[in-house]
Ligand binder design. Structure first.
Ligand code: SPD
Length: 338
């Protein structure tokens, strides 16, 4: 009986490995990787793969994971067929999603990162010496393991920061548990994280949601209920910054999210950055603040020290302010909910 069971297991493993290989193979034809086009029908971004450049492929509990060495963009991390980062341009995203909210806040001490398993946002948050607590909730343990193995000298550099508590759980459940203050969550990872909270927990100063696109494991992170939980999890004057998709491709979705946020938060703005290997070369951020000051998000309240500025390759205080200035077609659409 046991032999039969283990044989069946082996067949299942072989079959699922074969199906991952087929799916991944479909993404790489000859020397070229082509991104899946589910969220951007009719367009496909391609990168040339180095000879024997596929470094990792697997299926985690949640998604397909692929790492390859490209000809011109360094190593590339792909989840469910969609590029998450390349070593050449990742800083344009990680710096902006982290430093926009962190420099808009006067003194961020407690930061929560949702997602961000590659470690890039953590690397940027860890550069702020005023930050005392970094809680990170990444659902997929395997993404962190793959990042540590393949991106240890680019994005996965701060997983040993003593301020970090890393929880592998569903972020919607995690934040709900934080807000309810329930240490008896049915998820042991969440229960353990909550046990470390004192009853005096004042809430997060900044919550950064570094999610993949809203197809697959990140779907719940774009729902209004998640924004309600984030608002409830913030300290006074707290700021949320979420991955906000692309103005060229997803303006109706962005307008919907911004409108929903404006019904909940006193200050809501949209900013963007340029990332050549993201769809249409651009990606934005939805920023929400509990501070109702007119320029609460747009004007940085602190500036990087000289030594930190030297480390940064995209963010500076002028770029901060400029990133909120939107092209007319987008500004017009997002103005409707003001
Ligand atoms: N369309 C791709 C969006 C990816 C956003 N998350 C990237 C993770 C980098 N830390």
């Amino acid at each position: 009986m046991r032999t039969l069971l283990s044989a069946l297991c082996c067949i299942a493993i072989v079959q699922s490995t074969a199906s991952i290989r087929n799916k991944m193979a479909a993404l790489i034809t000859g020397d070229w990787f082509a991104e899946s086009e589910v969220m951007w029908p009719g367009q496909r971004f391609s990168l040339k793969v180095k000879k024997d450049g596929v470094l990792h492929r697997s299926r985690s509990k949640f998604q397909d994971i692929l790492v390859f060495q490209s000809e011109t963009y360094g190593k590339v991390l792909v989840l469910d067929g969609v590029i998450q980062l390349t070593e050449r341009d990742e800083f344009a995203y990680q710096e902006m999603i982290a430093h926009l909210p962190l420099f808009a806040h006067a003194e961020p001490k407690r930061v929560c990162i949702v997602g961000g398993g590659d470690g890039g946002v953590l690397r940027e948050v860890a550069r702020h010496s005023c930050v005392e607590v970094i809680d990170m909730c990444e659902i997929d343990e395997q993404v962190v393991a793959v990042a540590k193995e393949h991106f240890s000298d680019s994005t996965a550099t701060s997983f040993d920061d003593p301020r970090l508590t890393l929880v592998h759980a569903d972020a919607a459940a995690y934040l709900k548990a934080i807000v309810d203050g329930k240490g008896d969550s049915s998820d042991p990872a969440i229960a353990a994280a909550l046990k470390r909270r004192s009853s005096q927990w004042p809430g997060y100063d900044v919550i950064i949601v570094d999610s993949s696109d809203p197809v697959g494991p990140a779907e719940t992170l774009f729902a209004p209920a998640f924004y309600d939980s984030m608002k409830a999890a913030l300290a006074p004057n707290g700021i949320v910054c979420t991955q906000g998709e692309c103005l060229w491709l997803h303006l109706p979705l962005i307008a919907k999210v911004v409108t929903a946020c404006r019904a909940t938060f006193p200050s809501v703005e949209y900013a963007y950055t340029t990332v050549p290997t993201y769809p249409s070369g651009q990606i934005g951020f939805v920023l929400c603040s509990l501070d109702d000051g007119e320029r609460a998000l747009i004007r940085p309240t602190r500036a990087p020290t000289t030594s930190l500025q030297k480390l940064l390759r995209y963010y500076n205080p002028d770029v901060h302010a400029a990133s909120f200035i939107l092209p007319e077609f987008a500004a017009r659409e997002l103005k409707k909910s003001r």
